[in-house]
Design a protein around this ligand. Structure first.
Ligand SMILES: Nc1ncnc2c1ncn2[C@@H]1O[C@H](COP(=O)(O)OP(=O)(O)OP(=O)(O)O)[C@@H](O)[C@H]1O
Ligand SMILES: [Mg+2]
Length: 300
């Protein structure tokens, strides 16, 4: 059961209602791993049960294959290619390896739009694209081209993406941690027997991230430092990897400190040749991953 997210649910409801009214719209649900983007796409699919739906996803291992994601999404609609203006049909056929010829990005974008419009002739259409950050560039370009030109077709087009996905001209719906009540409810759903101390610890460490709230209580001995779920950990690793080497060393030292003793951390880092100034980039980037090499409380 989806907890909290009232504002986001209302936005999605409105987009679907609008499509049923014959007006189109698009949206990108953004946020860190585990924050609940796919869950909201799932909600959209449920809310639009009575509508035709197209679902696609970016696949990390296919991110270098031009038009792979677009092909995955539009495959169920390819029998309508004949209804498209000839140059657009040829362009899309070329992109999907169904014909030879030069690939014209403009025509392919138009063809994607025309194909969605063609489907929406039968009734309102919901298009969901998960993990858009892993779409190959060509597919993303074509779909965003279409998204920016949606108007009165009765199409709701919703992407879910991590922050690396660039999509100028398409509205963002940014997810942050669940509010306290929703986080508490979610935790009760998944770990009803948790003692108050561990419960408080999990709530604090998770920052309201639903995946963390679900996964952290699964650790058998919650008195030990709680390992973050791999997906979240990887995201933090990526954020830390772009920081200067001295700052990374500082974070490593901070992660070894469990007393929140900033002076001690700075002194220890000093013995490794890293000065206090190395804290700056971590503070500015907000890179204080809880328990996964986190910062002392003094610089949180
Ligand atoms: N509001 C919510 N209420 C209850 N459960 C939720 C909520 N949001 C997310 N969840 C659950 O939390 C877990 C992580 O959510 P989800 O998979 O949607 O994250 P995500 O943002 O798509 O992550 P990723 O970037 O890795 O794809 C899932 O098990 C999901 O069902
Ligand atoms: Mg997801």
């Amino acid at each position: 059961m989806l907890r909290g997210r009232e504002r986001e649910q209302a936005t999605i409801r409105a987009l679907i209602a609008q499509a049923k009214d014959g007006r189109s719209g698009s949206l990108i649900i953004r946020g860190e791993p585990g924050i609940g983007k796919s869950a909201l796409l799932g909600l959209a699919a449920e809310l639009a049960e009575d509508l035709r739906q197209l679902r696609g996803t970016g696949i990390e291992t296919e991110a270098e294959l031009p038009f792979a994601a677009l092909h995955l999404l539009l495959r169920p609609a390819l029998d309508r290619l004949g209804k498209l203006p000839e140059p657009q049909a040829r362009a899309l056929e070329g992109a999907f390896g169904l014909a030879t010829g030069a690939q014209d990005r403009f025509l392919i974008g138009l063809a994607a739009l025309s194909l969605l419009t063609e489907l929406a002739e039968d009734g309102p259409l919901l298009v969901l694209v998960d993990d858009a950050q892993w779409m190959d560039r060509s597919s993303a370009e074509a779909l965003l081209f279409a998204a920016r030109r949606l108007h009165a077709e009765g199409i709701a087009l919703i992407f879910a993406a991590r922050d690396t996905f660039e999509a100028p001209g398409v509205p963002d719906l940014r997810l942050t941690g669940l509010d306290r009540q929703a986080a508490d409810d979610l935790l009760r759903d998944h770990a009803p027997g948790l003692g108050p101390a561990v419960r408080a610890q999990v709530l604090a460490v998770s920052g309201g991230n639903p995946l963390a709230l679900i996964e952290l209580p699964q650790v058998p001995d919650a008195q030990e430092p709680l390992p973050l779920p791999r997906r979240i950990q990887e995201a933090y690793e990526a954020r830390i990897a772009v920081l200067p080497p001295g700052t990374q060393t500082m974070l490593l030292v901070a992660g070894l400190d469990d007393a929140g003793d900033l002076d001690g951390v700075v002194r220890a880092a000093g013995t490794l040749g890293v000065g206090a100034a190395a804290l700056g980039p971590a503070e500015r980037a907000g890179s204080c991953p809880p328990r996964a090499g986190g910062c002392p409380s003094a610089i949180r």
